[in-house]
Design a binder for this molecule. Sequence first.
Ligand code: ADP
Length: 270
Amino acid sequence: MSDTTMKRFRVSANKAVDLDDWSTNDTLGWDKESAKEELVDVIDQMAFLQHRLMAEADQSLLIVLQGRDASGKDGLVRHVMTGMNPAGVRVVSFKVPAGVEKQHDYLWRCHAAVPARGVVGVWNRSHYEDIVVPRVKRLVPEEVWRARYRHVRDFERMLVDEGTTILKFYLHVSHEVQRQRLQKRIDNPESSWKHDPSDISDRKMWSSFQTAYEDVLRETSRPHAPWYVIPADVKWVRDLAVAKIVLEALVLMDPRLPAPQDDLKGVTVI
Ligand code: ADP
């Protein structure tokens, strides 16, 4: 299996990132109908390897999803991650820290949510909120959020050394498509409950968030824990691109079924 999808979207370590140079609406030469068919096949293969990952119970996979409001993090979980056996998937959504979370360092809740061996962890938002939000909203002094680049690099390095594969996806949505999705969400009674006034106030700080994300991508994309910038204006492109990268990672992880505990030759169940 080639790793072309991985390479195409991967952010190089230490290289300046200008998100305006990254497409939000590229369809990558794919067409919708065949992409949908391919997604079914890719999810099938993911599920096959996830079964082996669970059986092997030695490595884990952590998938980090970041992106603007309405960039499609929830949709991706629904369309792609649910193809795997839920018994071996742990989805965690990180909200504004509250209660006991505020009594600890910011990585405390994240470390507790790291997938166990054999499990695929999907983080809908993550420790990266603790860099981007405090920076943009000026909640802490610069030296505090800036030191976090180093903390998260070290944290992720440790997780990888201990057997976790990490994939980080930035779902890259345009200003206009975000507007359309937020409007649609408000107008539709089935989804208006999701509307959060902070989506509108955060949208007003679009360029500050963009700068903060660009710095995060440059500072924390590393070969062992890379960031992928995924064009997210077109949902079926987003889903297939992420699914292919997850599959490629699972193939590289190469999980193996454990050998039977005993010689089963001639064993009959009575
Ligand atoms: P979502 O928008 O992901 O569907 P919510 O509407 O509950 O879910 O929003 C979660 C909110 O929590 C977002 O505005 C996000 O920026 C915020 N958040 C998450 N983690 C942190 C953090 N560590 N610090 C500040 N804000 C955070």
